[in-house]
Design a binder for this molecule. Structure first.
Ligand code: NAD
Ligand code: UDP
Length: 311
């Protein structure tokens, strides 16, 4: 198949492009390189089935494709809050441009949505029928509400125009090719531990997250795209839940680091707990994550050791 991956030069997108090429597809990666890097896709550039298009998804574009994976959007709080209006445009106008294309060329289209649509959740773990607790005027809203509106657009194009959609709600995912400076917790802690800098916990460290290794996530996304039983939304993530303090301690131990843990201010609207209910993914995709936090961290630490050595 001819497949478009928007945001294909980013962390998840580059792993997805690689996987789809391995499966024998032709892949076009569309990215404006805001948070993505050419180095993420450098090994793919010589592949005859791969094409890179530097383009901003907010501006319309034309292509002939069979599948669209829409991943273009900065995902870390510091990057999506850098220009919040642009973040909303990327999610909303990006979705409209991709859905318009899917409608014209009759492509199946998948939206990379997020656990952030649940906001600071008051049910635990989060099931797909939970409608969320998002502050529409807070500092995270540009991302959360942008993603919620994108889901709305996907379902309206599906109902009104019969566009063949899939929607995945991704929970915190980590692994090689995260940007070392992108501010997310796993990359921050590993880079700090390897450099011998203080580990910066925001708040008390008692807030929780559930961390999924990238290979597990990519498998789930591809399965969701290619099955016929549900359009979603389907949660994908690892249900093993850890406090941020536990994560810091694990990273320190695995890096054999002497870094000290410090406690700073908690950012506004930071969710207190997050854990996916993955019953639907088990049922429809026969999917569950196979990589535990310890093994995933080891692989990610090995990647960052090399990356920091080279820089
Ligand atoms: P990332 O920042 O590494 O990748 C996003 C990519 O989108 C980058 O390559 C960036 O340059 C590109 N991009 C941003 N704005 C664009 C625009 N206007 N036009 C074209 N390209 C643009 O982040 P990621 O972790 O790989 O996330 C990929 C997708 O998955 C995002 O949509 C994100 O919201 C979603 N997601 C990720 C996670 C996670 O834990 N990694 C969790 C939930 C949802
Ligand atoms: N966090 C932290 N120190 C850091 C980066 C993040 O304590 O250096 C916390 C952050 O406040 C949040 C959790 O770790 O409670 C996960 O943050 P991340 O930005 O990775 O993802 P999200 O909040 O979007 O789930």
């Amino acid at each position: 198949m001819r497949i478009l991956v928007t945001g294909g030069a980013g962390f998840l997108g580059s792993h997805l492009c690689e996987r789809l090429l391995k499966d024998g597809h032709e892949v076009t990666c569309l990215d404006n390189l805001f948070t993505g890097e050419k180095s993420n896709i450098a090994p793919l550039l010589s592949h005859p089935g791969f094409e890179f298009m530097r383009h901003d998804i907010v501006d319309p574009f034309k292509l002939e494709v069979d599948r669209i994976y829409n991943l273009a959007c900065p995902a870390s709080p510091i990057h999506y809050q850098y220009n919040p209006i642009k973040t909303v445009k990327t999610s909303v106008m990006g979705a409209i441009n991709c859905l318009g294309l899917a409608k014209r060329v009759k492509a199946r289209i998948l939206q990379a949505s997020t656990s952030e649509v649940y906001g600071d959740p008051d049910i635990h773990p989060q099931t797909e029928d939970y409608r969320g607790n998002v502050n529409p005027i807070g500092s995270r809203a540009c991302y959360d509400e942008g993603k919620r509106c994108a889901e709305t657009l996907f379902f309206d194009y599906h109902r009104e125009n019969k566009v063949d959609i899939r929607v995945v709600r991704i929970f915190n995912t980590y692994g090689p090719r995260m940007h070392p400076e992108d501010g997310r917790v796993v990359s921050n802690f590993i880079v700090q531990a390897l450099r011998g800098e203080d580990i910066t916990i925001y708040g008390s460290g008692q807030q929780t997250r559930s961390f999924c290794y990238v290979d597990d996530l990519i498998e789930g996304i591809v399965r969701l795209m290619e099955q016929e039983e549900t359009v979603g939304p389907v949660n994908l993530g690892n249900p093993d839940e850890f406090t941020i303090l536990e994560l810091a301690e694990k990273v320190l131990q695995l890096c054999e680091s002497q870094s000290k843990i410090t406690f700073g201010e908690l950012p506004g609207d930071d969710p207190k707990q997050r854990q996916p209910d993955i019953s639907l993914a088990r049922k429809y995709l026969d999917w569950e994550p196979g990589c535990d936090l310890q093994s995933g961290l080891r692989k990610t630490i090995a990647y960052f050791k090399e990356k920091l050595k080279a820089s």
